[in-house]
Write a new protein. Sequence first.
Lengths: 287, 326
Amino acid sequence: MYDTPITHLHRTAFIIAIDCSTSMQMRIKFNHLQMSKADAVAIVCNYILDELLARATRNDKVRNYYDIGVVQYSGDGIVDILPDAIDGLTPIDILAKYQPPQKLYCFLTDPECEEYMTTIKYHIGEWITPTAHGRTPMYEALHHVYDIVEKWCARPENCESFPPIIFHITDGCYSDGSMDDILTISDRIKSLGTANGNVLFVNIHLSTDQSPTYTLFPPDREFTSPDRFKLMLFNMSSIMPKSMEPLIREATNTKYVGPYRGVAFNSSICELMMVLNIGSQSIFCNL
Amino acid sequence: MNICNISSFRDALSSPRTKFHRLHDIKADMESIYRTTHFAECHAMLNNTPVILYAPISIDATALLHHASLALNGKIDTNSTRMKILHDEIEISAINNSSCLIAIEYLQSVTTLHDVIPFGSRQRLLQAIDDLESRLKALDISHNNLTPQNLTIDNKGHLHPIRQYYTTRGFGGDNVALDKIREIIRSETPDDLFSKELASNNTVCDNNSSYTTSPRLRAVIEGRRAISRESLWGFEDEAGNEVIRAQYSYVSDFAENRAMVADNRHMMGLIDRDGNILIPVIYEVVEYDCESGNSWVRNNNQWALFDYNGTQITDWHDRDECNIEL
């Protein structure tokens, strides 16, 4: 399971669902810098898109390894924002034609000791711009994600592919449905998949919690938090497959044994890159 | 037989496209959600028609609806309120694919007898009651729950029973209730204003009219429900724990993690869902817009804009100088 090499014949799908509601105007400390949650979402989403594009590029040619979707939900409703999307997804070779100008970001690293912080510069394409207005139709958005994934998995050419990976970036605060509704639709999403495994649903929580600690791929044990949104996101997330556990242990330097949940709380961009690496770099890309 | 609860009913009304099997276009008045012994009910608009939805919340409720439906079956006249049972209408759990029925009443008017009694014509209203009694007799049914709140009145003065879920076959069950309503009309109505008021008040299908004087539950919004203790308002969480002490004379519901509050001096401010004060409760007006996240704030008749984080982002100006849309 979770071992099908990704080729142009056996592509996989990445769906990034982003919360762009008013509450994303809240200021947070992200990468040791003060910014709005909407800024952080844009950085993470743009980084993921750039990284996937880089991984699909061989000898300056973009190979058609991935179908990509970005679902934005806000007061404007649910919107597929990538160009030329069919059933919510754009093949990466098509997406490459729309590569946006890049922007320079400077991030600080080493949260252990501020004295030894270093600056890392990233050039990241501005695929999406920060936006934050209106309500949070998370429940409807997850239904939309379900529809996208269900259609992708139903295509005969995808039936043996590596299963779709969903990154959901939010502060957890929703304005439609109930918590039970959201957990129910999350379970339905996780029940989808291919012959190679179920969908991997990874939730990235952007919290105003200023504590310096972050949690990345926590062990799938009894999880408690006074923050009910955190708890909800933990329960929404997939249990990561056993084949990824060595990578998770190595990347997070955790003392706990698996299985682990695919969830990140208060993570910096460096840690979030690990999420992406663990979620996708372990996949073989065959030429 | 599945039954609903008030929380799942409210949630379904918030997401009709996904939670209702047929009523995808229903537009609920969420403020009107109300619980009775056996039903959760809500006023709504369906294709420009005012309706009331009833979801069974007790074991007996479903049986009551079926009995009422049988009693009403074929026994309607032009002044009857049409009631329909929609089986498997609300999705309760997607996991085990369970759903429950719902009843819908299509209203001919949203103005209740209770609304017009204070200014209605005693003679005309008593006549309308007599007419209603005759119709119930002709149909050979008893409503069994007749009150001024459970009768709507159109601009011709005809009464239409609503909340018909206790209806049974056989006339006579409403005699005491009808006499009681007559007594209320005799004691509370002035005279000779009725036709004038109703003629000038074209209230048929007027969705802005007051639906009911029944007490209304504040809904749980974003995990918080406004609660009142000794006339002061605070918030509790979904489990019923008081999380923001009852200390305000007014609170709005939460929208995108912000609620407007006022103290007993009528000074307003803005708080978040943990009770943290973003805009101090010292201003004459705070008008928060959850679309933009900004709030217009008035102080000494001067207005300024504050952002989502409670930071003032414009200077104070006269209202004329601001592009305020309140």
